[in-house]
Design a protein around this ligand. Structure first.
Ligand SMILES: C[S@@+](CC[C@H](N)C(=O)[O-])C[C@H]1O[C@@H](n2cnc3c(N)ncnc32)[C@H](O)[C@@H]1O
Length: 325
């Protein structure tokens, strides 16, 4: 039965409630392509980052069906790998890879969250005709919207700090990122020691989109976001707010980079192989050509290359290769 609630509650039910979108058997890869699916070069870069930081353990938060970890174990079999997801441990996961629904305590690790935070449901406000930000309510089965109450004090404080709406025109929207800040802070806190890396499409104070970023995806296509469990519902991430939350939870030395900058620093170049190689070693030439194409996709302007990396040290420094990227 259809019901009205705030976007945060509606999306939470639709994505993670009984029969929720993220609990469906096909998993996220059945609906959209992340950097993980685009190329094993992404897993290779993260394995190199772990080694550059002298870390031998990797924890993947929002691990989907474990695709990143499976790729990493092929590239660097000596890494100890662990996936964290609200979805159950995938049947086909190699037994050497651990799995749980919360970040485990343990030895220092590289904690990676690729496209996790954009799926932490948040509320939306819209400025009404009198200039007041009001919570947007949504009908579960249709996606129809109406304006509800004013934002509560804590939400208003978050907006004032990170996404101020003073003087904004009626219809302007903002997304209250507090729940994802809390999720990131909790992950950093549980990590205890290591490197924490959040990778997502995002914005900062200078680039907040006035219409907001709410979007829906189903089977590889952008669709109207309807919180009915049949499509992904997602919001771009306020990366500056997430970084501040991580620092408040004990991280330091935050490095903010585009994926293009980060992957290039980690050796994902996308340079085409020389033609001579085609004659001397055709197989190596074809492999290098494939890698160049995949690196191009991972670092493309207007695509995955524009993703934002938030890299934070927890009881250790961020490796120089990313600080200097
Ligand atoms: C967009 S998918 C990304 C999957 C994978 N990281 C990738 O890049 O292909 C987001 C994942 O985050 C998971 N997720 C959402 N909230 C979570 C939470 N609180 N704890 C663990 N996993 C969560 C979802 O179940 C989903 O698998």
């Amino acid at each position: 039965m259809n019901s009205w609630s705030s976007w945060r509650k509606a999306a939470h039910r639709a994505l993670y409630g009984p029969g929720g979108f993220y609990l469906r058997p096909e998993g996220p890869a059945g609906h959209f392509r992340t950097s993980v699916h685009a190329s094993p070069l992404f897993a290779g870069a993260l394995a190199r980052l772990a080694r550059a930081a002298n870390l031998t353990r990797v924890v993947d938060v929002g691990a989907g069906r474990g695709e990143l970890l499976v790729a990493m174990t092929r590239i660097d079999p000596d890494l100890r790998l662990h996936g964290v997801d609200v979805a159950a441990c995938p049947d086909a996961l190699p037994p050497c890879i651990g799995w749980s629904d919360t970040v485990p305590d343990g030895a220092p690790a590289l904690l990676v969250a690729n496209e996790w935070l954009d799926n932490v449901p948040v509320d939306i406000v819209e400025v009404d005709g009198k200039g007041t930000p009001r919570i947007v309510e949504v009908e579960s089965g249709t996606g129809r919207e109406r304006l509800g109450p004013e934002a509560a004090d804590a939400d208003a404080a978050w907006l004032n700090r990170w996404w101020p709406l003073k003087g904004a025109a009626p219809g302007t929207r903002a997304e209250i990122g507090a729940p994802r800040d809390e999720a990131w802070a909790a992950a950093v806190h549980r990590l205890g020691r290591g490197l924490a890396v959040a990778i997502d499409y995002g914005h900062d104070r200078d680039s907040r989109p006035p219409a907001g970023t709410l979007a829906g995806y189903r089977q590889g296509r952008a669709v109207d976001p309807v919180p009915d469990g049949t499509c992904d519902v997602t919001w771009h991430v306020a990366v500056d707010a997430v970084a501040a939350a991580g620092e408040a939870a004990g991280a330091h030395g935050t490095v903010l980079r585009t994926q293009r900058e980060a992957l290039r620093a980690l050796g994902v170049e996308g340079t085409r192989p020389p033609y001579d190689l085609a004659r001397s070693n055709p197989r190596a030439y074809l492999d290098a050509l494939r890698d160049a194409g995949e690196a191009g996709e991972l670092t493309a302007r207007g695509g995955l290359g524009d993703f934002r990396w938030v890299v934070q040290g927890v009881g250790m420094d961020v490796p120089a290769l990313l600080r200097e990227a």
